[in-house]
Design a protein. Sequence first.
Length: 212
Amino acid sequence: ESGIHQDGYLKKSTTYEIMTPQSIGLKSSRIVLGKLSGRHALKSRLKDLGYSLSDEELDKAFVKFKNLADKKKEVFDEDLIAIIEDEVFCIPEEFQLEYFNVTTGDQTIPMATVRVKRGKKIAQEAAWGNGPVEAIYNAIDKTTGMKCKLLDYSLRALTVDRDAVGEVTVRITSGKREVTGRGISTDVIEASAKAYLNGINKMIYERKRKKR
């Protein structure tokens, strides 16, 4: 976690690594951020998560990060995403999930129907998939007019009771842009849909922000 070590690592990683992450199939080493981490480490991690910040935005994010790091031993990706979305960008919900239905089973090809709201307009589409999540993502692509590629998908339980709340985190790409989306629900499929839409909303927000 040492700030000096992280800065040196980011400038020339071979100084501190005997085995490179690429040699074992990983894209890069995950750096643990904490109260000793500097601006360069934060900027690098945010870039890995798909965020390109101006100097002013980075200043604001760094202040929020240091305040959180003083309270926690380690700052995770989910914390950084929350800082950027809630404190720095305040990303609007361009598309909102109105309704979804998924049909799946051992002898059934998964199919999803999705209704999405954008302003005053409502769009509804249905699509097939190899699984319920792929089906709902294909349906969302049709309703939003976006075509995104799923790079990574993860699910973790936020609570441990029978009606546990799950958080889905996805990493998607469209063109050269990569973003991370999050969704929370007691229903895994709903959390998956919300995470995907959250990523699409980020895509749209970033495009508008760059045109300003």
